[in-house]
Design a binder for this molecule. Structure first.
Ligand code: FMN
Ligand code: MN
Length: 481
């Protein structure tokens, strides 16, 4: 597993999965435009390192996680499904039947002991301590022409619940207001916002630490939809197969990953808000300006030679699609623990996670598809799902064209569409009100007599095994193989 970002970038370079850009490129729109073109290439394009961002000495890395191969490398697996199997094994401990069985469980036990982070005294992220530091040396990008300014797009935002001390890490963009203040765009449903809510109730300042360019698993973990109160570092230790090393901040009461290249220490004040945005968002449209808390910088700590890791969001597919794919695969086995009838699920890139969720189920009783819709609407960040399509288990939810075909042939709009209302993603601009709006579930499963369907459901076309085999033979000859 990669010790830090440099280690990861060096390996990507050895594997020819990384392109270095040696000529000067401006952090003002130009870098974003170059990265956007990479993201639109087949399979996601290469990881990019801009060695000379115009006007800065710190290199910019982007699209580092932007392909299936690089996402898997970052998480130390060959396929994301392999990871899903490991998580399933962890969640389904078998009672050992004898000594051999017990020995087989040792790797799982050692995996569990990796979960707790450990504190170290010396850390690369504190090689240099700038107590009155500013953001001025960082090549923070302006991504799209109408953006309200420059945004830190891939920060790991660390906070603690002021009452319980429980940690949260989330990726929330930060708009640069000046060298010592930024916006803090944690949306109301997120972990950071909850800690801030508690701090405001207590009338207290909330310490915040922001880690930039950490070891790759942690960048993923900060985006993962962990249940509230579950430390993202548990997932980090599990994925890294070792305990995550943390170090105490210099000016605030928080720990940050020792591996980070840059750490911004600071706080948000209760009651303080400032206009943030517009921002060219991952919806592919500009998010409207809105009032968000303000982050005040107290100290910058960093490596001697840092790299600034960032991402560009925009019209899908973008790098965040691959981070989302990792969550889709990692969280599926966890969801299946309470909903074992869920066979598979997929968030297609076009649906930007919350707009379109495809679920296949092993249908067992009347109304089952609707039960699954409601389960999703009640489950963590799946609550944002605007459109949920439920299909039978023989449909491949990763094949958008098969799903479209099945929806068209299996759905009666009057009978099979479930409309409801509830919390929606802050980024849903179609909703009548901010963060509250309509949702739709489409039951595209085969309908049963017990569901009131009294005609005969047609059988799907398939030739016989014999004819199929003959066809393969004939085609081998036709193609001269
Ligand atoms: C590139 C990127 C940028 C993101 N920006 C934001 C953001 O500005 N605000 C926000 O609330 N969530 C943002 N998210 C989503 C959160 O990181 C995600 O919902 C995460 O699970 C939140 O963790 P939490 O539940 O601990 O708050 C972003 C995700 C990615 C991948
Ligand atoms: Mn969280």
């Amino acid at each position: 597993m990669y010790a830090d970002l440099d280690d990861f970038l060096a390996d990507l370079e050895r594997r020819t999965l990384l392109t270095r850009v040696g000529e000067p490129v401006s952090p003002d729109l130009e870098i974003a435009a170059v990265v956007d073109r990479a993201c639109k290439m087949d399979g996601g394009g290469p990881a990019l390192v801009f060695e000379k961002p115009t006007g800065y000495d710190v290199p910019v890395a982007a699209n580092v996680f932007g392909s299936m191969e690089r996402m898997c490398l970052a998480l130390g697996v060959k396929t994301l499904d392999e990871l899903a199997l490991e998580i399933n094994a962890l969640m389904t401990p078998q009672m050992p039947a004898g000594i051999m069985d017990a020995l087989k469980m040792l790797p799982i036990v050692s995996r569990l002991s990796d979960l707790m982070p450990k504190t170290v005294k010396e850390a690369a992220c504190q090689e240099i301590i700038e107590r009155d530091g500013t953001l001025d040396a960082l090549p923070i990008l302006k991504c799209w022409p109408e953006d309200g300014g420059r945004f830190i797009t891939l920060p790991l935002v660390f906070t603690k619940d002021p009452e319980t001390g429980v940690r949260n890490i989330g990726t929330y963009r930060m708009q640069v207001f000046d060298g010592r203040t930024t916006g803090m765009h944690w949306q109301r449903h997120k972990g950071g916002a909850q800690h801030y809510r508690v701090a405001e109730r207590l009338g207290r300042r909330l310490d915040v630490a922001v880690a930039l360019s950490p070891e790759p698993v942690l960048t993923y973990c900060a985006t993962a939809p962990m249940p509230e109160g579950l430390d993202e570092l548990l997932l980090g230790g599990f994925l890294a197969r070792r305990r995550i090393e943390m170090v105490k901040c210099v000016t605030v009461d928080l720990d940050v990953p020792a591996s980070a290249h840059i750490v911004l220490e600071g706080y948000v004040e209760p009651g303080e808000r400032r206009r943030e945005g517009p921002f060219g968002d991952h919806t592919g449209f500009y998010s409207q300006p809105d009032d968000y808390p303000v982050f005040h910088l107290t100290c910058v700590t960093r490596r001697t030679r840092p790299t600034y890791l960032t991402t560009i969001v925009g019209i899908p597919p973008m790098e965040d699609f691959y981070l989302g794919m990792a969550s889709e695969r990692i969280f599926l086995p966890l969801i299946q623990k309470t909903h074992p009838e869920i066979v598979d699920m997929h968030f297609p890139a076009e649906g930007i996670f919350h707009n379109l969720v495809l679920v296949s189920i092993d249908k067992r009783y009347p109304g089952h598809a609707r039960k699954i819709m409601h389960a999703c609407w009640g489950l963590g960040q799946l609550m944002f799902s605007k459109t949920i399509v439920v299909v039978d288990k023989d449909v491949n939810v990763h094949d958008l064209s098969e799903v479209a075909w099945i929806v068209g042939t299996h759905m009666d709009p009057v009978r099979d569409v479930q409309m409801t209302k509830g919390p929606v993603d802050d980024l849903d601009d179609a909703a009548e009100l901010p963060a509250y709006g309509g949702k739709m579930g489409i039951d595209a499963t085969r309908k049963w007599a017990s569901e009131g369907y009294n005609r005969t459901w047609p059988a799907r076309l398939k030739t016989t095994e014999d004819a199929g085999r003959r066809a393969v033979e004939i085609w081998i000859r036709l193609e001269g193989r």
